[in-house]
Design a protein around this ligand. Structure first.
Ligand code: B12
Length: 213
């Protein structure tokens, strides 16, 4: 089995104790950090499909998520790079009712490595918390909202509406997560959507430059 397959299988089967070493072995064998990350993301898609088909349940999904998080910890210093100039603040959080944070954490990591100072509000973040944090950080440049459930898309809509109605201005709102699309982002009045963590960082910089409306 190739190193990447081994890593992907270890995430899929929730090998939380083995994954850090497997990722390190992969790096030592010359695999690229991004390829390892993609192998782990692919594993999470497989886990999602198994869950959809009723072949695994929440505990298995949770243990796979823990394995992925441990694997990402090893990659973090490599993915984060060495950005030292600050482009400004970014507030990020997973919207109310939603506990998924792997994708949000990756977006946070990539945005931080692009040069932003990230204020991570965590998961299940009520819109009031976003507003309170914006008011405490009126120089914030980007607000990023994550959502993984179709049932929390309404919470994302409400959150973006609350943020857009806030009297502090001068920032842009970016949304993302598996069920979110560009069309949905447009519909709810977000300034931008990005499909993954890498493009989220690119989009954040474009927003700052005013390149995206
Ligand atoms: C792991 C997981 C869990 C874990 C989460 C642990 C954690 N710490 O995050 C646990 C076990 C807690 C969980 C619980 C549930 N889950 Co779940 N979960 C998943 C799973 C398998 C993987 C998600 C993941 O981490 N993917 C990997 C990351 C890297 O990808 P990502 O999150 O999509 O993020 C990327 C992009 O979306 C984007 N992105 C993400 N956020 C943002 C934000 C911005 C601003 C931008 C620009 C981009 C961006 O960039 C990221 C990186 O590239 C998915 C299946 C799937 N295919 O997504 C189901 C899934 C999301 N879960 C699902 C469900 C149903 C649930 C539960 C309701 C199950 C239950 N019966 O209890 C609960 C809900 C709990 C809650 N209230 O949130 C469904 C959702 C279905 C739907 N259409 O709504 C899915 C799709 C599984 C399925 N196929 O049915 N889950």
């Amino acid at each position: 089995m190739s190193k990447l397959n081994e890593i992907s299988t270890a995430v899929e089967t929730g090998k939380t104790k083995l994954i850090a070493q497997l990722v390190q072995d992969g790096l030592d064998a010359g695999e690229k950090a991004n390829d390892i990350l993609n192998a782990m993301i692919d594993a999470m898609s497989i886990v999602g499909d198994l869950f959809s088909r009723g072949e695994i349940f929440v505990p298995e999904m949770l243990v796979a998520a823990r394995a992925m998080q441990k694997g990402v910890e090893v990659l973090k210093p490599i993915l984060a790079g060495e950005g030292s100039v600050s482009l400004g603040k970014c507030i990020i959080g997973t919207v109310s009712g939603d506990l998924h944070d792997i994708g949000k954490n990756l977006v946070s990591l990539m945005i931080a490595s692009a040069g932003f100072d990230v204020i991570d509000l965590g998961v299940d973040v009520p819109s009031e918390k976003f507003i309170e944090t914006i008011k405490a950080n009126p120089d914030v440049k980007i607000i990023a909202c994550s959502g993984l459930l179709t049932t929390t898309m309404q919470a994302m809509k409400d959150t973006v509406a609350a943020i857009n109605a806030c009297d502090v201005k001068g920032y842009k709102v970016m949304v993302g997560g598996a069920p979110i699309t560009q069309a949905f982002a447009d519909e709810i009045g977000a300034d931008a959507y990005a499909v993954d963590a890498g493009s989220a960082a690119v989009k954040a910089k474009e927003l700052l430059a005013g390149a995206v409306q």
